[in-house]
Design a protein around this ligand. Sequence first.
Ligand code: SAH
Ligand code: SF4
Ligand code: F3S
Length: 545
Amino acid sequence: MPRVYLETFGCQMNELDSELVAGRLAQLGYTMTREPDGADVMLYNTCSVREQAEQKVWSRLGELKKTKKGKPELVVGVLGCMAERDGADLMKRMPVVDIMCGPGELDKLPELLDNAVRTRASLLGSESVNLAALQGNTSRRSGTLAAAEDQLELLDLSRTVSPVDTDASHRSAYVRITRGCNKFCTYCVVPFTRGAEIHRPPEHIVEECKRLADAGVVEVTLLGQTVNHYRFEHGASVSVGGVTQPQKGRTYKGSHHRDAFAGQSVTTFADLLHLIHEKVPTIQRLRFVTSYPRDFGNDVLEVIRDSPRICRYLHVPAQSGSDTVLKRMNRGYTVGEYLEFLDRARQFLDQPEIGRPLMLSGDIIVGFPGETDEDYEGTVDLLEKSRYKNCFIFKYSPRPGTVAYDKIPDTVPDPIKRERNNHLLAVQKRIGEALGREQVGQTFDVLVEGLSQKQLKASGLSQGARKPRTIEVTIGGSAVATAPIVDEAEHVEGPVQVTGRSDGDLIIHFEARDAAEAKSLIGRIVPVEVVSASGLSLGGRLLPG
Ligand code: SAH
Ligand code: SF4
Ligand code: F3S
């Protein structure tokens, strides 16, 4: 069977999609390979969110032109958001591409691939096979149609969870709860590439969490572009072939709409969190990204506060600290409202006295069209007040097809964007470091993920094993569990440095006595006292217990 190399760019949604696709292809008999050399099929799961993300893929495709000359039977596929956005133009510009498959059509990939592999074998020429599964402009279908036709749900349901996957990177898993986005922020391509917001049935989600937990997963991160908008109306659900279908999103009614436990007609986000927490207690850490700063009810905060296994961590992008810019971005909240939300979240959740301080992270776009010095100062001020543990800072990238691209001239010159970007990075670094120093003396429960980067380097271990999981641009949330297999370090003498994360997502390094102890710690949650903070890295000491 053909060997398939799959490389992922972009956000956690893409990482999960790649995992599901790889699992499905392996089930069908394809061999997934970590090495691009020698692969028969090269797949790129792509991102369109900024121009830079797309450029990486263009350059990969450029390189493949040569490879394909020497190996004409090679099948090249572009999956994900770039395929959806560029459509047929992509194939025209890059004839090396044989297949394209949008993120909403990944269930059709096996069929496309099978066709392409057979067709290429007979072609042996330079022309491409030209197969595509894209939603196109019809992606925002009516709710019922979207639900009834949602074969994509079967991809999530077919997820292969193998209990033999005991290495640390499988202790942590993503579970999708919502697809798509209904927000239409003026700069953003996601609503176009991922389509309308669609919520998965809660029973599917709980079932998936259970299967993952049974296979040894201890941490689940729920995924959605606006994850707190999750809402499933049971009365309205459709069943196709015995499978309850996901549901198109409706406008979230806000925090006072606590109608769920009465009669179970609606499962809200708060209900869903509670449900998973209660039904799957073997999941020791439950997290979710990305939260939208509006429509975040106290019901959700209460559930988090009252559930020991839900993490005290929120990723809530503000995007800007200026009301005029927020308005132009169509974000639907003011700086005041954003900061009020953080205050409310802190009131409910910030409990350093029990070792559970609330940790926040954010996203900011600098240089949005029309951003003045004053607007930018507002953003600096917002960062000072928000005190994120980390913040992803992006230079505005104009995206064809978005409202901002068409209607709001990109007035901020690149050198100014760059200057604001660098300045803001420095501001955030200072805040992050100060926050880190405040943690010295605190004890945290740390989920041990693997050897630290420093240990890897010191032991001369290759990062080769991690390569296929390497994400070119990590957007939002935190670093994924990319811990290498610790067996590689068995020959190392003496103490070994390992790394893990607190429930608030702080990264903490500490020493294990030796490689054997390190190995026994991986995937476990252990108490670690923070003893040092240098830069953004926290050093700790393993406590007995
Ligand atoms: N749904 C999430 C974000 C998804 S995209 C939310 O609304 O918070 C991830 C991040 O990429 C965004 O938070 C934003 O900061 C950034 N981003 C999106 N489009 C961008 C653009 N055109 N230029 C620069 N950054 C962008
Ligand atoms: Fe993009 Fe806005 Fe949707 Fe986030 S909420 S994915 S930034 S449109
Ligand atoms: Fe990129 Fe698509 Fe995710 S554009 S950020 S891969 S939803």
